[in-house]
Design a protein around this ligand. Structure first.
Ligand SMILES: NC(=O)C1=CN([C@@H]2O[C@H](COP(=O)(O)OP(=O)(O)OC[C@H]3O[C@@H](n4cnc5c(N)ncnc54)[C@H](OP(=O)(O)O)[C@@H]3O)[C@@H](O)[C@H]2O)C=CC1
Ligand SMILES: O=C(O)CCC(=O)C(=O)O
Length: 421
């Protein structure tokens, strides 16, 4: 992390929120430590017969409000600290949305694009073999995150069923529809963020014909760009890991999606009429109504926060704005809709998937959208109201909101269990 350590920065938000409410300091202290962190080396056979091992983690951060829930990331820069931080954010996110879950997260340290499809399947199965006693439909429920997808969740669900000797679809969400996945999970992260912005548009000073910038063009970023463009907003800049492009009159989102589907970069659109290549820092500094970080952590930091010329930042990524950058943005009047609310559409539809798997009855897409919209609007409005009432940022308000629910659950469990020993 550019502005300090990632976990320390994340936990500092707890202290900030606690300054504005009456809360037992033991609750804050308890939320500063993960309940369980498991690290293994996964050894798989490569297609050429050689063997390779990859570091892998699963963190169950806090299960006070229910089984732990959170995605699995495949990324070459994954670290134990990052996994723990992401699991902490999941704890707060599930509490913000009032889902009956705690927070968890997992990762494998690798670039999945360097593996063949069969190697990737063996790796995904090895992950479940290694963590088969950690995960479970009532214990810890994984889902997709960066560089993982429905296909990988399908292999993982299949491996878990093989180990248990029976299908157990509720162990993992974000599965292919054919294996008990939910309608609407694919675009849920972006859709939740979209519903939130739409609901708070008046308060945020946003309206028709917005200029939007999207950083990261994967699951979250692509669907967000598509929804914004479909509603008549202009996507004036986008990026992925290989570059960024801008177009004053609005990028052709269909062409960007087609490039990504062919395994190319958004940067490959540069040179077509009106489209120019820009740097990552130019993208952050692009004048716009809505800036949507949808890539990785720490993208807006002390070094570039002062260049942001957006009215509103919608954090579809987890942790894209450092605490120091938050202070700079706040001072400049940029409103940040925080990750633990803004990107919670994903885990919310994962929850719907888990519910449908358990009841064996499946909802229509209209049901999913209506339920997601209702929850995003309900929690978004409550957090906005807390922010106004206490004169705090939406992020601090979201932490206050989550802490209230977590504190109640901790208290209801009985403090002797939590603080014994
Ligand atoms: N998927 C989900 O359900 C949820 C995801 N999130 C969060 O959203 C964020 C994105 O996740 P998701 O869309 O699923 O992941 P994907 O793997 O689908 O996409 C990640 C995107 O980020 C891009 N990227 C990586 N590094 C950079 C960089 N340095 N600069 C610009 N772009 C970069 C990738 O580029 P390239 O295409 O070139 O590889 C890719 O387009 C993460 O923070 C994740 O934790 C949050 C809630 C739910
Ligand atoms: O869908 C889920 O369960 C979790 C998604 C996730 O990892 C996240 O919200 O960061």
């Amino acid at each position: 992390m550019l502005d300090g350590d990632l976990l320390g920065g994340a936990l500092s938000r707890l202290d900030e929120a606690a300054r504005h409410i009456q809360i037992d300091p033991d609750v804050i202290e308890r939320l500063k430590y993960a309940r369980e962190m498991t690290k293994v080396a996964l050894m798989i056979r490569m297609d050429d017969g050689s063997r390779k091992s990859f570091l892998a983690w699963r963190c169950r951060y806090d299960d006070t409000r229910g089984p732990t829930k959170g995605g699995i990331r495949f990324h070459p820069d994954a670290t134990a600290e990052e996994v723990e931080t992401l699991a902490f954010w999941m704890t707060m996110k599930c509490a913000v949305m009032d889902l009956p879950y705690g927070g968890g997260k997992g990762a494998v340290k690798l670039d999945p694009r360097t593996l063949s499809k069969t190697e990737l399947e063996r790796l995904s199965r090895a992950y479940v073999q290694a963590f088969s006693k950690v995960i479970g439909p009532d214990r810890d429920i994984p889902a997709p995150d960066v560089y993982t997808n429905a296909m990988i969740m399908g292999w993982m669900a299949d491996e878990y069923a093989t180990i248990r000797g029976e299908p157990s679809p509720a162990v993992i969400t974000g599965k292919p529809i054919a294996l008990g996945g939910s309608l609407g999970r694919n675009d849920a992260t972006a859709r939740g963020g979209y519903y939130l912005v739409d609901h708070l548009a008046k308060e945020l000073g946003l309206g028709a014909g917005m200029r939007a910038v999207v950083q990261g063009f994967g699951n979250a970023g692509q669907f967000m760009a598509e929804m914004l463009a479909a509603d008549g907003h202009r996507i004036v800049a986008v990026s992925d890991s290989r570059g960024a492009v801008a177009c004053e009159t609005g990028l052709d989102v269909a062409r960007l999606l087609a490039l990504k589907a062919e395994g190319k970069s958004v940067a490959d659109l540069a040179g077509t009429p009106g489209v120019r290549s820009i740097s990552d820092e130019e993208l952050i500094a692009t004048e716009c109504d809505l800036l949507v970080p949808a890539a990785l952590e720490d993208m807006i930091h002390v070094g570039n926060a002062g260049t942001v010329r957006a009215k509103v930042i919608l954090e579809l990524a987890n942790g894209p704005v450092t605490p120091e950058a938050d202070r700079i943005l706040d001072g400049r009047g940029v409103v940040v809709l925080p990750d633990i609310l803004a990107n919670a559409g994903g885990v919310t539809v994962s929850y719907f998937e888990w519910v449908q798997n358990r009841q064996g009855y499946y909802w229509t897409l209209e049901d999913i959208h209506a339920r997601l919209k209702a929850i995003m609007e309900r929690e978004g409005a409550q957090i906005w109201a807390i922010a106004q009432e206490k004169s705090v940022s939406p992020r601090t308000a979201a932490y206050i909101h989550a802490l209230g629910r977590l504190a109640k659950a901790i208290e209801a469990h009985g403090t002797q269990q939590f603080f014994a020993g």
